[in-house]
Write a protein that binds this ligand. Structure first.
Ligand code: IPD
Length: 296
């Protein structure tokens, strides 16, 4: 196979992200005409489908020999292989999109041998473009301005313990069963006072988009993101941006420092001169004997 030109892929993904942003911003979605997938909290709109068609057409034309996985055309059984693969969520944060809550984006990832190699995340509402190429750093461009290198703070503080952390976490769309119960337990323990056995974190944010959560951790605006249930297309781009900004990705379940991109359980910690592993272990301690269970 010819050498892969990551810069060229990055540049194409940025132009596709702009086009997707125009499509998202000119749409007028409503929860009344959005469809549901698994349940009433798992939404899909015509715009999700139209954007994915635009993206897949452009990528297949430019790179016919590379694989493509997209949220709206994924079929159970389709697996991620070692082949160069575009992993795309046309709208991450569809619920926000439908409610005009300004936290949705397109998430465009490119992985080689399952390793995140290019990431582009674009929030058109805020005109914020997060980008990274493996080995070349991560960047944010706001309003088309010059790239700012991530993390935003030049000298990020060390991570002390969870009591000084702002945490990103998501309910997801499962609202019963073991995964839901474990999330409720972990959320309560993260928030509770030390006197009551909790970690008393600064707070917990539910942004509604895994990709934007990872971008926020890469930027250093959130210290941690913990989630189970989201998919490779929600994290492929953000993972590349996070790693290039000095952050780390562990599993959302205790004990696994080398999680799979399609493993559906993630724990991201921002870049810091010290304390990253300790924060992972503190969260794993809160999860305790519980385990997130999601089929890949
Ligand atoms: C969802 C968002 C949400 C996460 C869900 C995802 P979608 O993606 O990333 O934050 O909690 O698990 O499915 O459906 O908006 O593309």
């Amino acid at each position: 196979m010819a050498e892969i030109n990551l810069q060229e892929i990055h540049d194409l993904l940025i132009s596709i992200a702009h086009e997707a942003g125009r499509m998202q911003m000119s749409a007028t979605p409503s929860y009344l005409d959005s469809g549901t997938k698994k349940n009433s909290a798992d939404l899909v709109t015509e715009t999700d489908q139209a954007v994915e068609l635009m993206v897949s057409t452009k990528l297949r034309t430019a790179y016919p020999s590379y694989s493509f996985i997209g949220e709206e055309t994924y079929a159970p059984g389709q697996t991620l292989t070692d082949a160069p693969t575009f992993i795309v969520d046309p709208i991450d944060g569809t619920t926000n999109f439908v409610h005009a809550f300004p936290a949705f984006c397109i998430s465009l990832g490119f992985v080689v041998k399952k390793a995140p190699s290019v990431g582009v995340i674009y929030n058109p509402y805020l005109d914020e473009m997060y980008t990274a190429i493996k080995g070349k750093g991560a960047f944010l461009s706001r309003g088309g301005e010059e790239n700012i290198r991530l993390p935003l703070k030049k000298n990020p503080e060390p991570l002390k313990d969870l009591s000084t952390c702002l945490i990103g976490a998501e309910w997801g769309s499962d609202r019963s069963g073991g995964n839901f119960e474990l999330k409720c337990k972990v959320f309560a323990k993260l928030a509770a006072s030390k006197e009551d056995g909790g970690a008393m974190v600064h707070s917990i944010r539910c942004m509604g988009s895994a990709a934007l959560n990872l971008a926020a951790v890469a930027a250093g605006q959130q210290d941690v993101f913990w989630e189970g249930g989201c998919w490779a297309w929600d994290v492929a781009a953000g993972w590349c941006i996070l790693s290039e900004a000095g952050g780390i990705m562990a599993s959302g379940n205790p004990g696994d420092w080398d999680p799979k991109i399609d493993g559906r359980k993630y724990l991201a910690v921002r870049g810091a001169p010290s304390g990253q592993k300790e924060i992972v272990e503190e969260i794993w301690g809160i999860i305790g004997e519980g385990r997130l269970e999601y089929e890949s």
